[in-house]
Design a protein. Structure first.
Length: 326
């Protein structure tokens, strides 16, 4: 995500170097000083962490008929999905979250569900994991920046949770709030956004079967940089609508103010449906580059209306002017 004029007080990337990176660097320096040979440069990669020091637990899901890929879509390599991330709480560069989010504590973890519901409830993450049968949903994901991926998510429809808390008649919108812990999230020092990261959906969007509460990818628990222990996945909207590391879900009557809408209202609207016909004020949204597949020189592929999910979701927006409600 980019904003038109970065605030003056936006720190230099070097100032927001997370503690984990810093301490890793210190280890390298100390090892070098002591004459100890360390493994080759690749040793800091998420892959290395995953296989050597923190194997992700398995999280199986039943293959879902809602995985509707095109002939041209194949899952983006695990390595790209887990090392090319947007997670501003852990730094503004794509490579930073895989390293800086390693120390995020995802246990214990609770998700508070409150607001206009008859049965407000605080779920422990282990309760949430057992709330409904896990499915594997392979979805196309499109970032507003112009790149896309295909990710095999594990989770269940958000509607499974919604029906258990029984929204009342005033519940018109749902707000999703990310963890806001400056001790664990070095990126919170940056003022690009008003923290916590908040996203929102209309309640019918939240209840749409495609809207996923996700706990895993590639058959394993979510890596921290992808939003562990639980995140939203809304495949027909730009990626920023899919908030990570959710701690609170609020049912509200009025359209919520979201983090990106607040930061740059003329650039990021509440709906943020993928729409090749509505350009971002500073760039076209007609095409995209598929991460891990389309090199910088390759012809970009056409972006599809509602990211290719029009058959399923277009009805949610019948009669709306999508240029105005962008
Ligand atoms: N809390 C939080 N959620 C977030 C973001 C973020 O910076 N913070 N970035 C968003 C953006 S812009 C994108 S494209 C996706 C990226 O998800 P991924 O890293 O799993 O591909 O996460 C979204 N969710
Ligand atoms: Mo994004």
């Amino acid at each position: 995500m980019l904003i038109r004029t970065p605030p003056r007080h936006l720190p230099e990337p070097s100032e927001i170097t997370p503690r984990t990176v810093w301490s890793q660097r210190r280890r390298i320096v100390q090892a070098a000083a002591a004459g100890i040979a360390l493994p080759a440069p690749g040793w800091l990669s998420a892959q290395t962490t995953r296989t050597e020091t923190r194997p992700e637990a398995k999280l199986a899901g039943k293959a879902s008929p809602l995985s509707t890929l095109g002939a041209n879509d194949k899952p983006t390599p695990y390595k790209d999905v887990t090392t090319y991330n947007n997670y501003y709480e852990f730094g503004l560069n794509k490579e930073e979250p895989a390293v800086a989010a390693r120390s995020l504590k995802t246990r214990p973890w609770t998700v508070t569900v409150e607001g206009e519901v008859d049965k407000p409830r605080v779920f422990d993450i282990d309760e949430l994991l057992k709330l409904a049968p896990m499915e594997e949903r392979v979805y196309r994901m499109r970032c507003v920046e112009g790149w896309s991926m295909v990710v095999p998510w594990t989770g269940y429809s958000m509607s499974e949770l919604i029906r258990r808390v029984q929204p009342n008649g005033n519940a018109k919108y749902v707000e999703f709030v990310t963890l806001n812990d400056s001790k664990q999230m070095p990126g919170l020092r940056s003022s690009v956004l008003n923290w916590p990261y908040v996203e929102g959906l209309r309640i019918d969007e939240a209840n749409h079967p495609l809207t996923l509460l996700s706990f895993g990818l590639y058959g394993e628990l979510l890596p921290n940089q992808n939003g562990a222990p639980v995140r939203m996945v809304v495949p027909w909207k730009y990626g920023f609508k899919s908030g990570k590391s959710i701690v609170k879900i609020r049912f509200v009557e009025k359209q919520p103010m979201t983090a990106w809408n607040r930061a740059a209202p003329q650039e990021y609207g509440f709906y943020s449906n993928v729409n090749p016909e509505v350009d971002h004020p500073r760039w076209s949204q007609a095409t995209e580059r598929r991460i891990g597949e389309d090199g910088f020189l390759a012809r970009k592929r056409a972006t599809l209306m509602f990211n290719g999910y029009a058959d399923q979701v277009a009805g949610l927006y019948a009669g709306m002017d999508l240029k105005r409600s962008f």
